[in-house]
Design a protein around this ligand. Structure first.
Ligand code: WQD
Length: 335
């Protein structure tokens, strides 16, 4: 029996594939390389010394999905395939809804036809919009998303809830990520956004490498410890392990639809992240305080109690580890 990992060559997908292979799962990976490259697959094999089945293509292609399910005995699917740049989603909403929403309708249709009803879905803390307070638990209200990326995740969560209400023989885990950062300790895989980075950590590593002149800190007048935005940074390897825990939960006898925050439960400000990165890597980061970025919020961090109690999931890696591993990958990465 195999696990289909869509978007498995991507940042979070590739780290999850490493952990799945290390746990002796058999994998089928699907990726269209829209935000990743083939050498990621080679590096997954190098890290794990294991092989897997790979299909290049897009979930918009129903025939390809049909072929994958006809040619492989799939027992569960982990779906990472989505665009995830908040700023880009504002300028390209149709592309985001096409890629992040209509594709999952294809996947669910084919899964149903093949009676495959175990799904782990990559969602996001952005579905909480601007929370009334922090830390955030899974029963906080969702909606009031501030960008098409977050809205696309909200739409898919609703689709999955409606599907489960129509047929509760499905086992679905919706995982709401906070801010994934860092890289595998080997430095072989990590966050390699195409073009100028949207997110904070890859921007910092590009400044550290000298590829970008300085970091713009988007506002220091937020209601936080030092006025800069506070986020719950989670090491991507901890996040990957959270997917293994979710899959194990779905493989137990109890059926259902489950929603979990995947975060550390601790928030750090932009300046605290910069200071940690500088200290851990003995590098100075050139930055300038500028205006707020539209759509940003003051604070966003998780209450991880539910995933600890129900998934036996607890993050192990520190902010120091995240900064060390992110820089180690950037130093080794050659595009
Ligand atoms: C973090 C903090 C910025 C860049 C994103 C998306 C989504 C989600 C998590 C998966 C904020 C500040 C950033 C910069 C800055 N991932 N910043 N200068 O916006 O919290 O969330 O990642 O679902 O991709 O929602 O992440 O890294 O962009 O910003 O000052 O050049 O860093 O204002 O306070 P964000 P981010």
């Amino acid at each position: 029996m195999k696990i289909l990992v869509t978007g498995g060559a991507g940042y979070i997908g590739s780290h999850t594939c490493v952990e799945l292979l290390n746990n002796d799962y058999e994998l089928v990976i699907l990726d269209n390389f829209s935000n990743s490259s083939k050498d990621v697959l080679d590096n997954i094999k190098k890290i794990t010394n294991k092989d897997f089945t790979f299909y290049e293509g897009d979930m918009i292609d129903k025939n390809l999905l049909q072929t994958i399910f006809n040619e492989n005995e799939i027992e569960a699917v982990i779906d990472f395939a989505a665009f995830k740049a908040v700023g880009e989603s504002v300028s390209k909403p149709v592309a985001y809804y096409q890629n992040n929403v209509s594709t999952i309708l294809n996947l669910l249709t084919i899964m149903q036809e093949h009676n495959v009803k175990k799904l782990v879905f990559s969602s996001s803390a952005t579905v909480y919009g601007n929370p009334a307070s922090v830390p955030i638990t899974e029963d906080f209200p969702i909606g009031n998303t501030t960008n098409p990326y977050g809205t696309s995740k909200l739409m898919v969560e609703q689709i999955l809830k409606d599907l489960y209400n129509s047929d509760n023989s499905w086992d679905i885990a919706i995982l709401r990520y906070f801010n994934p950062v860092g890289a595998h300790e080997s430095g072989l895989i990590g966050e390699a956004p195409i073009g100028k980075p949207n997110n904070l950590m890859p921007f910092i590593t590009k400044v550290a490498k000298g590829e970008l002149p300085k970091l713009m800190v988007f506002g220091n007048d937020y209601n936080t410890v030092d006025g800069t935005g506070v986020r719950d940074y989670i090491h991507v390897v901890d996040l990957a392990i959270g997917h293994i825990k979710a899959l194990e939960k779905l493989n137990k006898e109890n059926k259902g639809l489950f929603i979990y925050n995947l975060g550390t439960g601790t928030g750090y400000s932009v300046l605290q992240l910069i200071e940690t990165f500088e200290r851990v890597n003995n590098i100075r980061i050139n930055y300038e305080i500028t205006d707020r970025r539209p759509g940003d919020i003051d604070s966003c961090y998780s209450d991880p109690t539910k995933s600890k109690n129900e998934l036996n999931f607890q993050t192990k890696k520190s902010l120091d580890d995240m900064c060390k591993d992110a820089w180690n990958f950037e130093k080794n990465y050659h595009k």
